[in-house]
Design a protein around this ligand. Structure first.
Ligand SMILES: N[C@@H](CCC(=O)N[C@@H](CS)C(=O)NCC(=O)O)C(=O)O
Length: 243
């Protein structure tokens, strides 16, 4: 099998890549990595992705990591069915500026409300077990230590929500020239944003764009795409059960 995707059903970063694979109409072999049981921290997986996070793509035996990089790679190597990246270098640079922003701002911010809703998982551990668990994270140790077993405090939570609201406002302006964030052409920027909105919806935060007609229309268009539906198969949305 040429393409193997190491991913987790409910990971937003994995969802991005699954949308991209579906848009490009590519067949891939699923390697499900269960974050709940720490499969992303096993030596075998760390040999593929030393950052100990999902997703990772393996193409003909060669690993490619970082969800946004994977999407750009796929669009470059398999451009058959749809152009997901502009040909014009200036437009491509504009797309990459969006991708950088998405990785640096909303993708980080959305973790704060997400993890505050799954604290029960960490609260089952003793303080020592939690510290040992955090220490195993190649990339996320300090994120988990800042969160602690009681979750992110009001200041950090408010800052994250402010960054998410700022993202929605920025999109609303960009979508004046829509229907997609770069204008007429659907691109990797749209499919990287979509899972963040699905997560906010699952968190009960969809009010954030209720008064934003451009973003509302964009999300409706996005979720109507066959690729979105394929990527968000049964069991891939967060339910935030507390059991
Ligand atoms: N910048 C990385 C981030 C990947 C990432 O944070 N993945 C999360 C799931 S969305 C993960 O594996 N988390 C593991 C954990 O929280 O223990 C990418 O875009 O691929």
């Amino acid at each position: 099998m040429a393409l193997e995707l190491y991913h987790y059903d409910r990971s937003t970063c994995s969802q991005k890549v699954r949308i991209c694979l579906a848009e490009l109409d590519l067949d891939w072999e699923s390697r499900h990595v269960d974050l709940g049981t720490g499969k992303h921290l096993t030596p075998d997986y760390l040999a593929i992705n030393p950052n100990g996070v999902v997703p990772a793509l393996v193409h003909d035996g060669r690993p490619i990591i970082e969800s946004t990089v994977i999407c750009e790679y796929l669009a470059e190597v398999f451009p058959h069915s749809i152009d997901l990246s502009p040909h014009d270098p200036v437009e491509r640079a504009a797309m990459r500026a969006w991708l950088r922003f998405i990785d640096e701002v909303p993708s980080m911010a959305v973790r704060v409300p997400t993890f505050n809703r799954i604290l029960h998982f960490y609260q089952k551990m003793s303080a020592e077990e939690f510290e040992a668990f955090a220490a195993k994270m190649p990339l996320r140790k300090h994120f988990f230590l800042r969160m602690g077993q009681d979750g992110f405090d009001g200041t950090e939570y408010d800052a994250a929500l402010d960054q998410l609201q700022g993202t929605v406002a920025r999109m609303e302006r960009a979508l004046d020239d829509g229907p997609w964030v770069l204008g007429t052409n659907y691109s990797i920027a749209d499919l990287c944003l979509a899972p963040l909105f699905a997560r906010l919806q699952d968190l009960g935060l969809a009010d954030m764009w209720a008064e934003r007609p451009n973003v509302t229309g964009w999300y409706e268009r996005m979720t109507a795409r066959p690729a979105f539906r394929k990527a968000f198969y049964e069991g891939s949305r967060m339910t935030f059960a507390t059991a």
